[in-house]
Design a protein around this ligand. Structure first.
Ligand code: ADP
Ligand code: MG
Length: 338
């Protein structure tokens, strides 16, 4: 009898140990922070092979930056295109086609042919300055005239491409395309202002803070509770400079004027399933302002949260099933986009 008791106790201990080990393995959380796309990437992955998935995600994002999107790295494809190369890989060709479509659908508010303009203003660099009218006019002159036809790119004289408005979202899509990542139980990858939320648990919800445009980097004014998606924010606080008279100039340009967009917004957050689209739309909607953004968002099946200069938080989320938005700073008021 006593012996039987000891055996049962031993079995229980073994089962408990196995449960603990399994739980540890299946719910192993790993995280990393590194630099890519001129910003900080933070990734936190939970799952059986989270370590391998994290290594793969990191490799993919660094590779994307160095080999495809970086405008300053001589080994990247976009660098070569800006320096005369005309035949591009399928990967770049399909991204450029999506960009051309977005340019058209946004009525020109979104345009990657603005590299000359971004260089001219130099916002975020030590050379930032307000250029004169003639320089601005010359920089935007042919910015819409670049073309992509199959795998051939055509750049008019003086036009260069800048994928700064979509690189972070594209990085999220690359992370999301790896099988090991998809197999993770739960993962969050933040590439600057673009955040990828993934869970294998049906109807899982994530809490995402929306930065207070007037506060510090870690201060939020609202919290979104949403399911799997990619969330991108464009804001006038991200990169800017002030002239000697205290006028502020930020880094999101209206390509039709060549000046920083002035549509009454401090930030736009766009939620959709594609990282590239959410990143591009957040930039486009920042330029367009609330009213003109609504048909564009609808076309891409995206939701948005606009924060206006007069501290209103305007959302396209209408009747929500389980997704919610909560204002956490009472100097802001919540409203619905009509
Ligand atoms: P962030 O880079 O801070 O995340 P965005 O995603 O909005 O912000 O991208 C802004 C960058 O995109 C600028 O730094 C510039 O390189 C480029 N850009 C600026 N204006 C436009 C525009 N209207 N359309 C496309 N790209 C733009
Ligand atoms: Mg963007």
């Amino acid at each position: 009898m006593k012996k039987k008791g000891i055996v049962l106790a031993a079995v229980a201990v073994v089962i408990l140990a196995a449960v603990i080990v399994c739980d540890f393995l299946f719910n192993k959380t790993v995280s990393d922070t590194f630099l890519a796309m001129n910003t900080t990437v933070s990734a936190e992955l939970t799952g059986l092979k989270s370590e391998a998935a994290l290594a793969e995600v990191k490799e993919k994002i660094l590779h994307l930056d160095e080999k495809l999107l970086s405008r300053t790295n001589e080994n990247s494809e976009i660098y070569s295109v800006n320096n005369g190369k005309t035949e591009v890989s399928n990967e770049l060709a399909s991204l450029l086609s999506v960009m051309k479509q977005l340019e058209k659908n946004s009525g020109g508010a979104f345009c990657i042919g603005v590299a000359q303009l971004t260089d001219l203003w130099g916002i975020g660099t030590e050379y930032a300055r307000v250029p004169d009218e003639a320089e601005i006019k010359a920089a935007i002159e042919n910015c819409y005239d670049w073309q992509i036809d199959g795998n051939t790119v055509y750049l008019p004289e003086g036009v260069k491409l800048d994928l700064g408005a979509v690189g972070k979202g594209e990085a999220c899509d690359h992370a999301n395309s790896t099988v090991s990542f998809k197999n993770c139980k739960e993962s969050v990858v933040a590439v600057g202002g673009s955040v990828l939320l993934h869970s294998t648990v049906p109807k899982a919800l994530f809490k995402v803070g929306i930065r207070d445009p007037l506060g510090e980097a870690n201060e939020y004014c609202a919290v979104l509770e949403i399911g799997e998606a990619c969330v991108s924010t464009s804001g006038n606080y991200e990169r800017f400079f002030e002239d000697e008279r205290g006028n502020r100039y930020h880094h999101i340009f209206d390509p039709s004027t060549g000046y920083p967009a002035d549509s009454g917004l401090m930030s736009v957050t766009v939620v959709t399933q594609s990282g590239t689209i959410s990143d591009a739309l957040s930039t486009a909607c920042f330029v367009l302002g609330i009213e003109k953004s609504l048909p564009l968002l609808e076309r891409y099946n995206a939701q948005a949260v606009f924060i206006t200069e007069d501290k209103q938080i305007i959302t396209t989320y209408g009747e929500l099933e389980n997704e919610t938005i909560t204002v956490t700073n009472d100097s802001y008021t919540l409203g619905e986009a009509k």
